[in-house]
Every structure is written in C-alpha cells, then in structure tokens.
Design a protein around this ligand. Sequence first.
Ligand code: PHE
Length: 362
Amino acid sequence: MGSPDHFNQRVMVTPISTKRVEDVKSDALNTLLHISDLDSLDEWRVQYLGRKGQLTQLLRGLSSAPENDRAQIGAAANIAKTVLEEQLRLREADLKAEHLSGVVDRERIDVTLPGLPVPEGKLHPTTRMVREITTAFASMGFQIEEGPEIEYERYNFDMLNIPSDHPARDMWDTLWIDQARPDGYRPLLLRTHTSPMQARVMENIDPPVRVVVPGKCYRYEATDSTHEWHFYQVEGLAVGEGITFADLKGTLYEFARRIFGEDRKIRFRCDFFPFVEPGVDMSISNFKDKDGNRPINRDEDWIEILGAGMVHPKVLEGVGYDPDRYTGFAFGMGVERIAMLKYGIDDIRLFYSNNTQFISQF
Ligand code: PHE
C-alpha cells in the first residue's frame, strides 16, 4: 500500500512542484515575447495571473504539496508571480508607448503644408443685384420699402386701374390663393408685380414720395430660359408737385449708367400699363465698339430693361391724392433680367437651381 503522498502524486494530472512552477513561468515568458498588442496582453494576464490563471491555481494547490516542499514551492511561485507581474508592467508600458508613437506618427501635423481652404459663403446674384439697384436709387434720395408677397386682389389690380373685367389682367397670369365669396371676403393672390406697393405706400404717406420696393413676385407661367414663375422686381415711385417725364428720364438714365456703365445710352418707346399714362418701356444701348464687340453679349443694339410711366391720375385719385396738384412717375424692373444682362447669364432658371457652383461665380 503506497503512502498518501504517493497516492496523491499518481492521481494529480499536474502535481505541484518547483519544476511545475518554473514550467509555467517560462511558458508565460515565452508567450509574452510574441504579444504585440494591448488586447492580447490582457488575455495573457488573465491566462497566467488572473483569478483562474495558471499561476494562481498553482498557488492555491500549494496545500496538496508534500509539507516539506511547500515553503520552497511557495517561494518559487511567489517569485514567478513577481517576475510575471513585472514583465507584464514593462510590456504594457512598451506597448502603450508604441501605440502612442503610432498615433503621433499618424496624426503628426506638418505645419509647413498649405492650409485647407475654408468654404466661403457668397451672396446670391439676385441678392447682390437687388442691393446694387436699391443702393443706386437710395443715393438719389429714394427710400427702400418692402411689402407682402401674398396680396389682395385690390392692391395688385383694382387700385392700379385694372378692374376685374379688364382684359389687361391677362398681362399678369395670376396664382390665386382664394376666389371672391358672396360674403364680401377679399380674394388673395400671390402678387404678380411689386406695383401694388405703389398704392400701399401712397395710402400711408403724404407726398412727396420717393420709394423703391424690391421683392418677390409670382406668375402662373411656364418656365423657359427667360421666364420663371417666381422672380424679383424692383418697383420705383416718385410723386410730388411738378414732377415731369423729364424727371423720370433723368432718374432712370442715371440708374442705367450706374449699373451698366458711364457710356450707356437709353431709349424710351411707348408701351401700355393701365396704371401709367403715358406708359413706356426703356432700353439700354448695346452698340458694337470699333472692334465689333458689344458691352452685353447679345446681338441687339438696344436691350429692354424695364417698364415705366407717369402715374395714372386714377391711381392718384384712388389713394386720395389730388391729381391736379400732384404728378409722379413709376417704374418696375425684373431683377434677374438685369443680373443676366450684367453678368452674362443665359438662363433665368439657374437662379433657382440651388446650385452653389453657379452662385459661387459671382
Ligand atoms: N408692374 C409692371 C410689370 O410688372 C412694370 C411697371 C411698373 C410698369 C411701374 C410701369 C410702371 O410688368
């Protein structure tokens, strides 16, 4: 019959011994040599030094060792533990340093490289044009006003000498918001021009009046390269005592020169708008120079840019001005059209394409 120790040694798969401790230690140190990242290092720590790790298990099994050997095995195991912990610490420090220097390498900033361009915002060409136009008139003594885009039929048409049965309403294809109702409800529409502001301004202030009104307008119209169903206009109105057609000409001549250049000539031709009498359209000159080039890239000597005229007496009367005492002139222009001429843009739809490449050119 063998001794209990002998018995124990036979049944234990890996009986605890100094040799066993040394094996685990050198095994651990060998494995450590191949570890190259922090995650694997942590797995290594769990495998050898963790609560269920190999070395920890050995220490726990110390009681099963022959009593005489226990002190020696225990000491060896503690040394092994210290060595492994120390190696763990060193390897961890190395790997962290390596990781950091990798990060630094990857994220190194070369201060000699040119900077990245910061995208710069630009004003929309319509906005720029509105500002150029209104600034030109402001410097001639005009105030800048704005009005509603949703407008009463009354201001858009009736107050401008365009009663509901008047065929001239066909000149402005209208987007109606509401039709008339028997209860006296006043129909609404999207204004087809900025002219309703003529009546609104005159209702509010006594003469003399000098205003320009930039704003969005809408028409129920098919679009093509020269037509949009929404667009901007700038309206102008000057009313007072003794204002004549000569004032209209002088003011618009000065405007044309400021926007399109000093050498500009202007031409007026008769035109019809129910709210002016006489009514005109104005064109700017576009003659060939001695090399055969034109200031505006269009094969025309004259380019129409706006409608204008002397304010109709009925309009003055309608807002309570005495037409025998006061006279005035009004004009209206399409902002995109002016911008197209000035900047050489050939399709009005580009203004509303939401295309920043287009916008950034101006
Ligand atoms: N409102 C007119 C239009 O949109 C332009 C205009 C304004 C004509 C003022 C004469 C006077 O066509």
